[in-house]
Design a protein around this ligand. Structure first.
Ligand code: OAD
Length: 238
């Protein structure tokens, strides 16, 4: 599959890489969007209508992420090992709002959809680390007003973060690996087209084929923990 030694690897991750750590995906059976109306809990209009419901949804997600049984799995660890041992550059662009890549040891991580463990003041735009629950009565530590904090999450209808940096990373890479994402949310779903326009090699890893599998040069079928551990050891052996 890999008949050259890459110098610059970009990895896109989605909810599937964290599924084996016990975090629900969005669109699989029993996924988050099957049990919640996305426009109620993940849109600016939903937050305007019912901020308490939105806070409750993200408080649950944050508490789950902080629970002791949610830990990085073998796929997160393999990517951290790749960053540490690979001679070239490794960048992770993640759609995930969890912190499992960082907890596994990855340093070069771009969170394009925001982060669960951060809040943002809607007045100042200041981003704050946040571990506990949030409610409409929580006072913002920067402006001291109630109701000014919102989750630092990119909601539907909002622009993903760091797009200029991401575009440059995609242009500069010679190997693109997409892991555990259904390819249904843009712009992440079109990253493969951007790299293929430059003739870079693109590999998809997922437990099943996705709507965009045909755009990739190779599709690896299986659990991320197994497929990515093997792929990383193959890359490090080149
Ligand atoms: P999805 O829930 O849409 O897709 C998860 C993918 O992971 C599916 O294609 C599964 O087949 C695959 N999968 C599940 N378990 C796996 C495993 N053990 N190993 C490998 N693959 C596995 O999640 P995303 O594509 O990440 O946005 O969703 C993209 C965005 O949609 C999310 O970031 C979120 C959501 O709305 C925001 O909240 C802004």
């Amino acid at each position: 599959m890999l008949n050259f030694k890459p110098k610059n690897i970009v990895i896109l991750t989605g909810a599937g890489i964290s599924a084996e750590s016990g975090i629900s995906t969005f669109r699989d059976k029993n996924g988050l969007w099957e049990n919640h109306d996305v426009m109620d809990v993940a849109s600016p209009s939903g937050f305007d209508r019912n901020p308490e419901l939105v806070h409750k949804f993200y408080n649950q997600r944050r508490n789950q992420l902080n629970s002791e049984n949610v830990i990085p799995n073998a796929a997160h660890k393999a990517l951290a090992k790749l960053e540490e041992e690979f001679e070239g550059e490794v960048t992770i662009i993640t759609q995930n709002v969890d912190n499992l890549h960082e907890r596994a040891g990855s340093n070069n991580v771009i969170h394009m959809h925001g982060e669960l463990m951060k809040m943002r003041c809607v007045e100042s735009g200041k981003i704050l680390l946040w571990k506990s629950d949030l409610s409409v009565d929580t006072k913002c530590p920067c402006c001291f007003k109630k109701g000014n904090l919102r989750p630092h999450i990119v909601w539907f209808g909002e622009f993903p973060l760091f797009m200029d940096k991401i575009e440059k990373k995609l242009n500069d890479c010679d190997l693109f690996i997409s892991i555990g994402t259904s390819g249904q949310v843009y712009p992440a779903a079109m990253f493969v087209n951007m790299v293929k326009a430059n003739n870079q090699l693109a590999i998809e890893a997922n437990i099943e084929e996705t709507n965009i599998s045909e755009s990739f040069d190779f599709h690896l079928t299986g659990k991320a923990s197994e497929v990515i551990t093997k792929l990383v050891s193959d890359i490090l052996a080149l």
